[in-house]
Design a protein around this ligand. Structure first.
Ligand SMILES: Cc1cc2nc3c(=O)[nH]c(=O)nc-3n(C[C@H](O)[C@H](O)[C@H](O)COP(=O)(O)OP(=O)(O)OC[C@H]3O[C@@H](n4cnc5c(N)ncnc54)[C@H](O)[C@@H]3O)c2cc1C
Length: 398
């Protein structure tokens, strides 16, 4: 059977792939969008608790981790959160800001999927889904082209865009396909790791703090240059909550070797507070319960040998307790892995890509967009903004 011919083949119909296909299609390119998973935009559907935190109004290149932190600047500057909001509004989708510039649909994440499908239709994009890509080869010659061996037959295209995402949540379609294609064409990979991910405790820490599962408090977590003041949640496996998810990416980037430092009473001068209460008959647990959840105050005090009234504790013990509250150093035993991670750190090394077009510098016509690239956003709408912006950049050039 003769191969079907297209100008652009996009593999991966997630956020980045749909944006890229729609953009290229609306430029008049003949585009095919291929995905092996039967449902469209599953990650979008489950995102933001079903309401899709589709962008962050404050997004800048500083909200992303990468071996080359400047790489994402160009695409983000050319397709901004305002541009995406304008698209959302042009489809009549109502949205709201939840916190810290995070924008969500008022109703449902499905509206974002429907919007992107409609944008693809506007560009005349053809879908092949579910469709497996068994192999890709590049035929040089007069005009080079990519030949895809797929379960829907042979497909040829002048440009090939890889938008297959990272490794998170494999049960809804994640595969290492993008990394394999990158390697096949000689591009380097920054080793992928789960990020924005809950952290686990070793048995000793679990024995001490496992009972606190469900307790949440306002904390400032920091590690390897990342610092976040948001909620921290104790779980039956270790720690989670936005401040921990955020800092997990930095912990992973630094090789999981440094302890995470947690200020459990941010904005409070604990030493001064303890000094003021130095002669109190109440216990530190009772005192701490004024500012922290009671269960936490009790458990923490027990774990730190603070069972007596304040007046009976030594200066050294109180000094040590104040330090530990302001600078609790935790060495996690690991993460809860790709099933629980929101994003993949690492990916296609940006040194092999053009920051303007996402095209491989040494392989004309081959593009990588979205999460498969070594650009990882903070929690809060940044990862979608990268998917939209990088998809747009490639869609304008492919
Ligand atoms: C639970 C959860 C909640 C999230 N919430 C948010 C949020 O609210 N805001 C935010 O900004 N980010 C959020 N994220 C992160 C965000 O979803 C991703 O960063 C984003 O979807 C990446 O887009 P992408 O298009 O690069 O990849 P994906 O959306 O992962 O799309 C990749 C596509 O490629 C397809 N594919 C994979 N392998 C193959 C193959 N071999 N052949 C063919 N097709 C293939 C997949 O089926 C998929 O459709 C969340 C992630 C998770 C897991």
């Amino acid at each position: 059977m003769a191969a079907e011919r297209f100008d652009v083949a996009v593999i991966g119909a997630g956020a980045a792939g749909m944006m890229c296909a729609a953009t290229a299609g609306q430029r008049g390119r003949r585009v095919v969008l291929i995905d092996h998973y039967p449902k469209v935009g599953e990650k979008i559907r489950i995102s933001g608790g079903g309401r899709c935190n589709f962008t962050n109004i404050h997004a800048t290149h500083r909200d992303f981790l990468s071996r080359n932190p400047d790489f994402c600047r160009s695409a983000l500057a050319r397709y901004t959160p305002r541009d995406f909001i304008a698209l959302v509004e042009s489809h009549g989708i109502a949205w709201h800001e939840k916190t810290l510039g995070q924008l969500f649909c008022d109703e449902s994440a499905k509206q974002i999927i429907e919007m992107m499908v409609a944008e693809c239709a506007k560009g005349g994009v053809e879908w092949r889904q579910p469709c497996e890509v068994r192999g890709v080869r590049r035929e040089a010659g007069g005009v080079s082209r990519f030949v895809l061996d797929t379960s829907a037959g042979s497909i040829e295209a002048a440009s090939l865009v890889i938008a297959t995402g990272g490794l998170t949540v494999p049960k809804i379609g994640a595969t290492p396909f993008g990394y394999r294609i990158a390697e096949q064409f000689g591009l380097a990979i920054v080793p992928p790791k789960p990020a924005l991910v809950p952290l686990s405790f070793d048995p000793e820490l679990l024995a001490r703090y496992g009972d606190l599962s469900g307790v949440s408090l306002d904390a400032e977590a920091s590690c390897a240059g990342g610092r976040f003041r948001e909620a921290l949640l104790f779980t039956h496996r270790g720690l989670s909550g936005p401040s921990i998810l955020q800092v997990s990416s930095y912990w992973q980037q630094a090789g999981a070797a440094e302890p995470i430092r947690i200020d459990l009473l941010p904005g409070v001068d604990v030493r001064a507070w303890f000094a003021q209460e130095r002669r109190a008959r109440s216990t530190p647990a009772a005192l701490l319960a004024q500012r922290l959840p009671k269960r936490f105050a009790q458990q923490w005090s027990e774990a730190h040998g603070l069972a007596k009234p304040m007046a009976e504790l030594s200066d050294r013990t109180l000094e040590e307790a104040a330090r530990a509250l302001a600078d609790w150093r935790v060495q996690p035993s690991g993460t809860l892995g790709y099933n629980k991670a929101e994003v993949t750190l690492g990916g296609v090394d940006t040194r092999g890509l053009s920051s303007k077009t996402m095209q491989a510098l040494e392989v004309p016509g081959l593009f990588f967009v979205g999460e498969v690239v070594d650009v990882t956003g903070h929690l809060g709408g940044f990862n979608f903004q990268w998917a939209w912006a990088s998809g747009r950049a490639a869609g304008e050039a492919a």
